[in-house]
Design a protein around this ligand. Sequence first.
Ligand code: CP
Ligand code: NVA
Length: 307
Amino acid sequence: MKKRDLVALWDYTPEELAALLELAAKVKKSPAAYADALKGRTAFLYFEKPSLRTRVTSEVGMTQLGGGSLTQTPEMGRIGVRESVHDVAKNLERWVDVIAMRTFSHQLIEDVARHARVPVINLLSDLLHPMQALADLLTLKQHFGKLKGLKLAFVGDGNNVAHSLMVGGALSQMKVVVVGPRGHEPNARVLDRARAIAAKTGGEVGYTSDVDAGLKGADAVYTDVWASMGQEKEAAERQKLFWPYRVDGALFRKAKPTAVFMHCLPAHRGEEVTDEVCDHKRSVIFDEAENRLHTIKAAYLALIKGL
Ligand code: CP
Ligand code: NVA
């Protein structure tokens, strides 16, 4: 049987994505039923960038499934420096059952996935953050009871998180619109891909610089930092450009009165979002964070055991 990776959500059919979310919901409801599911299995976690949620949930998730994990951080070495990417992958596959990676280069994750016989999970690259989108879709599904037809407005930078939400939303028959300044639109190829998926499922994916148009009828208002990891030098310049897209009370009120506020975190409170919105009674940011745990467990189960 061919091994499966989770590098990008566009490798999944709508049915497969729905099944993953279903499994995550089951794991969330009955964690004890999966306490030994991955006994004796090991995850290798590789980080080139900082992390709180992803690192902790990837480690705790494996522990809760009866397995173990080990984490490599940048000071312990970077893949492709001491030896080739191919050779690293060929070593790792002899020892561990799954490789999960947070990198700058998306290509590096694809290369390890191509060479390794064991499943590879993308824990964030400069292009995509599929595990975040999975947790967000679970959060929305459990809050609204469905995904089909929901409108999510992603306000800010057309970044890795926006990209994965576009693809995951399209697969889930949602309407996803990225609302941000010109020059920081989502990647054109990712937009095309997400649109092609939406055309098949009946979803919709778009971009606008117009806040009123973008927020109109939104069920979820999502934002993320204006300068992602690796873009720190651009932070000051971006502050000015993104200021009109700051999610404050007035902007949040442009969405439906039932809309939820979402953020992958970490948040720069006072920049892309105010405390008022972050701590709003319709803010679901910590549900998203919790769901990172249930969704990584589902990914491990699906990729390692084919559940
Ligand atoms: N949302 C998220 O990926 O958080 P970390 O960067 O802390 O892992
Ligand atoms: N877009 C952010 C997400 C962090 C979870 C970044 O890449 O830094």
